[in-house]
Design a binder for this molecule. Structure first.
Ligand code: UGA
Length: 437
C-alpha cells in the first residue's frame, strides 16, 4: 500500500520506517528540512536502538520530504505530529490542526486518515467533520511505544487500538487498517475496535496509570526515608502479587520525558474543561510527588555536604531514561540545573544526552557552572559527590573502587536505586539511595 506519515518526530519517523518494513511504500512528511534531510540520507536524527538499521534496510520504500502535496496518491495517511504542553498545561493542538488542514487538499475519496498523536478526548470527532467532506474517513489509532524500544513496540505491539466512526465508515476504516497491519495481526496481536472517545482515552489513561504507579512507589519512598524502611524490598514484595506487578515500581527521581508529564497535565486540563476536574484531581498529587523527587536529591546533597555553593558535583545521566538522547523534561537535567543555580560546579555526563543538553544549558545561561560530557569518568574527577540520575548500564556496571579513587569525597547519591549499594559501601562510599538507607 502507499502510505503517507505526516510528522517525522520520534513517533512519526519510527512509524514510517516500520510501515516500510511491513512492505508498504511510505512518504514521510515534516516541516523541518534538517530532519527530513537526515532521514532521507538514512541517518537517524535521534538515538533509538535499531532505528538506523531499519531506515537503511527499507530505504528503497522510504521517501522523506517537506512538501505536503507528496501525500496525494497515498491511500492511508498517518498523522503523527506532536502535541506539546501549552502554557496552561493543556495540549497544544496547533500541529495536529495544521497537519489536518494541510492534508485536506490532497485527500481523495476512499482515503483513510489515521490519527496517532496523543490528543484530548473529543479531538477525533471534531477533525472528522473536516475530513468527511473530502470523501476520506478519519480514525484514531493511538501509539504506545516506549523510547528505547520504539521499533520493537511498533512492529510487535502489546495491542492495537482502533477508534472508528459509527456505521459502515467504521467497518471500512477497520478493514483498511487491518490491511496495513496485516503482518502484525497475523502474530495474534490483540486488536480492539471502539469509538473515538474511548480510543483517545485509552492512550491518556494508560500513561496516567503508569505515572500513578511510579508516583505511588515514590510516595512509599518518602515514607521509607523517615522510617528506615527499604522501598526496593517493599516494591519486590508487593510486586509478587500479580494484581500489582513489579514493573514500573522503581522508586527514584521520578518520571520525565516528552509523554508522561505532559499527558497527565493535559488530561487534567481536559477533564476540567469537561466539568469533571474532580475525577482527576489525584493526578495533581501524582505530578507533585513526582516533582518532589527532584528536590529530594538536592536536599540529600545539602544534608551531606552542607552549603552546596563551591562544591563540585558529578551527575551521571542527562537523558530522561537510558538508551535515549531525549532530554525533554528530564529529571536528570533538571537536578543538574538546580544544583548549578545553587552555586555548585556541576559536570553532567551521558553517553547520548550530553549533545542536545549543551544548547539548552547555554540558553539557560548556566554554561559557567554546568558542563556536559560523554565521559562519565572524566566528569567524576575531583568531585565532592556523585549523583546517579539515569540508569544507563555503563553506569550501573562501573567499578566503585576505581570511581572512588577519582573523587575528592566518596559520596554517591543513587537517584535511580540502580547501584549495588553493598559494593559501593565496601569501596568506602557513603551511599544514599532514594527510600532505602
Ligand atoms: C511512555 C509510555 O511508557 C509509553 O507506553 C507511551 O507510548 C509513551 O510514553 C508515549 O506516550 O509516547 P516513554 O516516555 O518512552 O514511554 O518512557 P517510560 O519508559 O514510560 O518512562 C517514563 C519515565 O518514567 C522515565 O523518566 C523513567 O525513568 C521513569 N520511570 C519508569 C521511573 O521513574 N520508574 C519506573 O519504575 C519506570
Amino acid at each position: 500500500m502507499k502510505i503517507s506519515v505526516i510528522g517525522c518526530g520520534y513517533l512519526g519517523a519510527v512509524h514510517a520506517a516500520s510501515m516500510a518494513e511491513l512492505g508498504h511504500e511510505v512518504i514521510g512528511i515534516d516541516v523541518d528540512p534538517a530532519r527530513i534531510e537526515s532521514l532521507q540520507q538514512g541517518i537517524a536524527p535521534f538515538h533509538e536502538p535499531g532505528f538506523d538499521a531499519l531506515l537503511k534496510k527499507n530505504a528503497s520504500r522510504l521517501t522523506f520530504i517537506t512538501d505536503m502535496s507528496a501525500a496525494a496518491g497515498a491511500s492511508v495517511h498517518f498523522v503523527a505530529v506532536g502535541t506539546p504542553q501549552a502554557a496552561d498545561g493543556s495540549a497544544d493542538m496547533t500541529y495536529v490542526n495544521g497537519a489536518i488542514e494541510g492534508l485536506l487538499p490532497y485527500l481523495a475519496e476512499g482515503d483513510l486518515v489515521v490519527g496517532k498523536s496523543t490528543v484530548p478526548v473529543g479531538t477525533a470527532e471534531r477533525l472528522s467533520e473536516l475530513v468527511t467532506p473530502t470523501g476520506a474517513i478519519l480514525m484514531w489509532n493511538p501509539e504506545f511505544l516506549r523510547e528505547g524500544f520504539a521499533v520493537e513496540d511498533t512492529l510487535s505491539p502489546d495491542r492495537l487500538v482502533y477508534g472508528v466512526p459509527e456505521g459502515t465508515d467504521g467497518d471500512t476504516a477497520t478493514a483498511a487498517l487491518d490491511q496495513v497491519y496485516a503482518e502484525i495481526l497475523a502474530k495474534d496481536t490483540p486488536r480492539l475496535v471502539m469509538n473515538f472517545a474511548t480510543a483517545e482515552l485509552v492512550k491518556v489513561a494508560a500513561n496516567s496509570f503508569l505515572a500513578t504507579k511510579i508516583s505511588f512507589i515514590n510516595a512509599m519512598a518518602e515514607i521509607a526515608d523517615v522510617t528506615g524502611a527499604n522501598v526496593t524490598q517493599l516494591a519486590d514484595a508487593i510486586g509478587y502479587d500479580t494484581r500489582i506487578g513489579r514493573r514500573f515500581l522503581n522508586a527514584g527521581i521520578g518520571f520525565g520525558g516528552g509523554c508522561l508529564p505532559k499527558d497527565i497535565r493535559g488530561f487534567v486540563a481536559r477533564a476540567e474543561e469537561l466539568g469533571v476536574g474532580e475525577a482527576l484531581s489525584f493526578l495533581k498529587d501524582v505530578d507533585d510527588i513526582n516533582l518532589r523527587r527532584r528536590a529530594r536529591v538536592v536536599d540529600v546533597l545539602a544534608e551531606e555536604l552542607g552549603d552546596l555553593s563551591g562544591k563540585t558535583i558529578a551527575v551521571w545521566g542527562i537523558s530522561f531514561k537510558p538508551d535515549s538522547d531525549d532530554i525533554r523534561d528530564s529529571p536528570a537535567l533538571d537536578i543538574a540545573e538546580t544544583l548549578a543555580r545553587s552555586g555548585a560546579k556541576v559536570v553532567s555526563a551521558d553517553p547520548e544526552g550530553w549533545k542536545p543538553a549543551q544548547a539548552r544549558v547555554e540558553r539557560a545561561g548556566l554554561s559557567a557552572s554546568l558542563t556536559t560530557t560523554s565521559d562519565h569518568r572524566a566528569a567524576t574527577t575531583g568531585a565532592d559527590a556523585l549523583v546517579i540520575a539515569t540508569e544507563w548500564n555503563v553506569f550501573q556496571n562501573e567499578d566503585a573502587t576505581a570511581i572512588g579513587e577519582l573523587m575528592a569525597q566518596k559520596l554517591v547519591v543513587d537517584g535511580r536505586n540502580c547501584l549495588d549499594a553493598d559494593a559501593w559501601k565496601a569501596a568506602g562510599f557513603r551511599y544514599r539511595g532514594m527510600g532505602r538507607a
